[in-house]
Write a protein that binds this ligand. Structure first.
Ligand SMILES: Nc1ccn([C@@H]2O[C@H](COP(=O)(O)OP(=O)(O)OP(=O)(O)O)[C@@H](O)[C@H]2O)c(=O)n1
Ligand SMILES: C[C@](O)(CO)[C@H](O)COP(=O)(O)O
Length: 229
């Protein structure tokens, strides 16, 4: 399959969490959210190495946070940018030239399981681009600026996409470069690959693989982790 490298964007400010400490450094049971995430990636047998992307100026803090915890796969800690997309791009630029597949996984998704990552890697090896996702449970409305509903897409067509999102290295590099040139800003990496017209395979994931975004997500994450103990 070739070398599989992970990029872990963890350079966000966590404005929707609203805490003084950024959400990726908040304690979740016994350690920061980001350490949970990195430990799962470390144990995934498919992954050879990782690039961690943190806010500019936080590189030393992160290096000391991971030091002495038995990580063998963290190859670099690099500064991110103002948007998630920019942070991922900085991570991609730090990958070795012999990378075959790139696993992009949010630092703020600590509940992913190694087996789920492996399923996404396998699908990307076959299709070029793949992501974990779950069927949407709620009915979703498209609204206009006045808050009036303009459209109700059929729920059977809707999936909530998660990370990891996994891509062939040349494909994701090409997608990010094209987006930068076009001024396209997306909230996930699949959207950039979709914009190239390349198909993206969705791999059924788990409803437990939540992104820590708002305070109630920490309550849920703790409950899920305790259930696994
Ligand atoms: N400039 C940014 C913004 C986000 N991220 C990372 O991308 C992941 C998903 O982003 P999100 O949950 O939106 O994080 P924040 O941007 O920190 O949150 P918010 O939008 O509430 O400010 C997180 O691991 C976050 O640290 C990043 O690396 N660089
Ligand atoms: C990449 C992502 O986690 C997929 O669900 C999500 O799109 C990140 O978006 P956010 O706007 O940064 O929360």
């Amino acid at each position: 399959m070739g070398k599989v490298m992970a990029v872990v964007p963890a350079a966000g400010v966590g404005s929707r969490m609203g805490t003084n400490v950024k959400k990726q450094y908040l304690n979740l049971i016994d350690k920061p959210v980001l350490l949970h995430t990195l430990e799962v990636l470390e144990t995934c047998p498919d992954i050879s190495g990782m690039v961690l992307v943190v806010a500019p100026g936080e590189e030393a803090l992160c290096r000391s946070m991971v030091q002495g915890r038995g990580f063998t796969k963290i190859m670099a800690v690099v500064p991110g940018g103002d948007h998630r997309q920019t942070s991922v791009y900085h991570g991609l630029m730090a990958l070795p030239a012999d990378t075959a597949l790139v696993v992009i996984h949010d630092g703020a998704r600590p509940l992913v399981r190694a087996a789920e990552i492996s399923r996404a890697v396998q699908a990307a090896a076959e299709n070029g681009a793949a992501a974990l996702a779950v069927p949407v449970k709620d009915t979703v409305k498209v609204v206009n600026e006045q808050g009036l509903v303009v459209h109700t897409p059929p729920r059977s067509t809707l999936w909530a996409v998660q990370t990891p999102q996994v891509f062939r290295y040349e494909l994701i590099n090409k997608a990010h470069l094209a987006a930068r040139e076009a001024g396209q800003l997306a909230t996930d990496d699949c959207a950039l690959v979709e914009a190239l017209g390349h198909p993206v395979k969705l791999v059924p994931g788990s409803y437990e693989n939540i992104k820590i975004t708002t305070p109630e997500d920490l309550v849920l994450a703790e409950a899920f982790l305790r259930r696994r103990e």
